[in-house]
Design a protein around this ligand. Structure first.
Ligand code: IPM
Ligand code: MG
Length: 358
């Protein structure tokens, strides 16, 4: 049976890196149908909306979504509902993609790319698990209101709401414990329980779920301390689980530990393993269309797609090994280039991965 994949290249470097990932998927001899649709600024230009109904329908009816990147400065002045980022938030919500896996791996060949000392980061392999459909990102009410009383009476006030329902915390907790079971069995839950009610509640549920996973060691850390420990001793972590807002911030920090955000894939999964797969980096409009972008995060996202949504573990490993091979061969796009290596463009990197696969 043919498996349908929605391909949403988006803006900036999205289309050119997506093309390379598609070449990889098409070379595996699987019965896949890759169907394209517009998203983000590109969809605003063509359809007047960053997430047109036909794009959403395609995503919903597909086994997985391969997502490039969205955003460009030229859309910065649009009202919030029409900005490119709304496409990704809308897809997360509509598909119920509550579990966001963001691995931060430092490839030995790229040990010098990090801004931290090699002994701090060499061999780094951590997984950030970010809750993706709740928290202050989606909490209601939100908006701007006029205050009627209190010290700021008569003034306008911007406000958002942070909350987590019990089932929302439980389901991400289970994903986190199970991910830890497959790794080094260490789970660190990050919150701000010394200040926030939502965080104390989150922590209590984490502790409760822990009793079902006696083989996993659960620890807790406040988010400010976690931000510090991530640069002080990142290898102390194995799996980190945290809410939507803290996860947004910590996953960027963790990505930068590796020095090469151009290498990091991500997966966002729902309860039935339907997923959206995208590189952790953005749309980089400054280098778009110049054959300079690193396609490896996108190709590694396709590998995650094979593993998590299509259950093709062996193919996923093949693709990941091909990426390691091209790094060993010394091929580098500009973002990871260093002296003594060979500078290549987006499509040449794609060629090399295809060659390594076969
Ligand atoms: C991310 C991004 C998004 C987020 C933006 C683009 C809405 O920063 O995927 O981390 O905040 O979740
Ligand atoms: Mg972010």
């Amino acid at each position: 049976m043919t498996t349908q994949i929605a391909v949403l290249p988006g803006d900036g470097i999205g289309p050119e890196i997506t093309e390379q990932a598609e070449r990889v998927l098409n070379s595996l001899g699987l019965d896949l149908s890759l169907v394209h649709a517009n998203v983000g600024g590109a969809a605003y230009d063509s359809h007047g909306h960053p997430l047109p109904p036909e794009t959403l329908e395609l995503a919903k009816s597909s086994a997985a979504v391969l997502f490039g990147a969205v955003g460009d400065w030229k859309y910065d002045n649009l009202v919030r509902e029409l900005r490119p980022e709304q496409a990704i938030l809308g897809l997360r919500k509509a598909l119920g993609l509550f579990a966001n896996l963001r691995p931060a791996i430092l490839y030995p060949q790229l040990a010098n790319a990090s801004t931290l000392k090699p002994e701090i980061v060499s061999g780094l392999d951590i997984l950030i698990l970010r809750e993706l459909t709740g928290d202050i990102y989606f909490g209601q009410p939100r908006g701007v209101r006029v205050l009627e009383d209190g010290p700021f009476a008569g003034q306008k006030q911007g406000f958002d709401t942070m909350h987590y329902a019990e089932s929302e915390v439980r389901r991400i907790a289970h994903v986190a414990f199970q991910a830890a079971q497959k790794r080094n069995k260490k789970l660190c839950s990050v919150d701000k329980a010394n200040v926030l009610e939502t965080s104390q509640f989150w922590r209590d549920i984490m502790i409760d779920v822990a009793s079902e996973y006696p083989d996993v060691t659960l620890s807790h850390m406040y988010v400010d301390n976690a931000a510090m420990q991530l640069v002080r001793a990142p290898k102390e972590f194995d799996v980190i689980v945290t809410g939507n807002l803290f996860g947004d911030i910590l996953s960027d920090e963790a990505a930068m530990l590796t020095g090469s955000i151009g290498m990091l894939p991500s997966a966002s999964l729902n309860a039935s393993n339907q997923g959206l797969y995208e590189p952790s980096h953005g749309s980089a409009p400054d280098i778009a269309g110049q054959n300079k972008a690193n396609p490896l995060a996108m190709i590694l996202s396709a590998a995650m797609l094979l593993r998590y949504s299509l259950n093709h573990d062996a193919h996923a490993t093949r693709v990941e090994n091909a990426v390691r091979t091209v790094l060993e061969q010394g091929l580098r796009t500009a973002d990871i280039y260093e002296e003594g290596t060979q500078l290549v463009g987006t499509s040449e990197m794609g060629d090399a991965v295809l060659k390594a696969l076969n």
